[in-house]
Design a protein around this ligand. Structure first.
Ligand SMILES: *Cc1c(COP(=O)(O)O)cnc(C)c1O
Length: 358
């Protein structure tokens, strides 16, 4: 399928942000959007990069009522010679199709999806920021657009991709977070949609996040929905524990999002000679490890921050300090290794980078 490109008129182009230290996250979007439509019987059609615009939806567009909506998140990184890279984009493409299958939405052609990412980022190449740790965030989204009420899989969809510059996650260096273990609210139950990036999962997580924030914590640490015993994820990131010299992360049992950063951390840590185990880990093992000193480090992994060290865990009225509230050496090492691969600062041993410019 050919992707048509309709460029924005020069006088309609936005001015680019001047101060890259004030980019923040998810507030600024570029001049163009990729769109492609689906209709039962016709399949995907009308793939194009066009001027950024509001969407026109019927008030009964099914995504608005029944949350048949999925998304992805990845980034484009600027290398030191001006070149631009994507990081493992095929992983995002495959994961989006897994989400689509679970939500009864149509699969996307992997080649068209990758081509769309490349064409959009290339057209917006001047929007990819240069500052250390900055990047161009990419948000592919699929929504059900069929105008109809009544719960059923829609027969019309829109797939779109928007991109926007985002700031460095750690402008002042690593800042370990304080996390709150939620026992009252859960993110995902077995048989549910926890392993997909379905929009409804995030709406359902807001209430517990608000409780955590009101109590002074950055994120919620989610436990399994059944026994409230095993650790699952933290906020919208996966989680790792360094106990002794073993790096442990909850195994993927269907309630956890299979993070691409998680997968990369596991691969890299093993490559660096560490013992990495994917298994159930109970909150009791975590709190006991924190008390007896065997728990050395805790960190979250995700596209936004790569690695986010955890300095404190709140559980049942008690606070547990991790590594004296400071960033550990393993967290820092893994962060630097992945960052250097993403920005083209070291050899791409595992074939994770996709160069799209320069
Ligand atoms: C996106 C996401 C992650 C992290 O995935 P990455 O591919 O590493 O960015 C983890 N958990 C949840 C719930 C997510 O939505």
């Amino acid at each position: 399928m050919d992707i048509k490109i309709v460029k924005a008129a020069p006088e309609k182009m936005k001015s680019k942000p001047k101060d890259e230290s004030k980019l923040g996250f998810g507030k600024i979007f570029t001049d163009h959007i990729f769109t492609m439509k689906f209709k039962e019987g016709e399949g995907w059609h009308d793939a194009m990069v066009e001027p950024y615009r509001p969407l026109q939806l019927d008030p009964t567009a099914m995504c608005l009522h029944y949350a048949q909506e999925i998304f992805e998140g990845l980034k484009a990184y600027r290398g030191k010679n001006g070149e631009i890279y994507l990081f493992r984009p095929t992983e995002n493409i495959k994961r989006m199709n897994i989400s689509a299958e679970r939500m009864c939405m149509p699969a996307l052609d992997e080649n068209v999806f990758l081509d769309a990412l490349k064409k959009l980022v290339l057209l917006e190449k001047d929007w990819v920021p240069h500052g250390e740790g900055t990047s161009l965030y990419i948000r592919p989204t699929m929504i059900a657009t069929e105008p109809a009420l009544g719960v059923h899989p829609a027969d019309e969809y829109l797939f779109f991709i928007v991109v926007g510059p985002v700031g460095a996650y750690y402008p002042q260096g690593f800042a370990p977070t304080k996390i709150y273990v939620s026992e009252e609210y859960v993110r995902a139950a077995a048989g549910g949609t926890g392993s997909t990036k379905a929009a409804g999962n995030y709406a359902a997580s807001l209430y517990a996040s608000r409780i955590a924030t009101n109590m002074g914590y950055t994120q919620v640490l989610w436990l399994d929905a059944c026994e409230k015993k095993y650790v699952e994820e933290v906020g919208t990131s996966n989680i790792f524990f360094l106990i002794g010299d073993e790096l442990i992360t909850p195994e993927l049992t269907g309630t956890i999002l299979p993070g691409i950063t998680r997968k990369s951390v596991i691969h890299l840590a093993r490559h660096l000679g560490m013992k990495v185990t994917e298994r159930h880990i109970s909150i009791d093992e975590v709190t006991q490890g924190a008390q007896n000193g065997t728990l050395k480090e805790v960190f979250a992994s995700g596209t936004a921050a790569i690695i986010s060290p955890v300095g404190q865990v709140y559980y049942r009225g008690k606070e547990y300090m991790i590594n004296g509230g400071k960033t550990g050496a393993v967290s820092e090492k893994l962060y630097n290794e992945i960052l250097q691969i993403q920005y083209g600062l070291k050899e791409d041993e595992f074939g994770w980078r996709v160069k799209i410019h320069g």
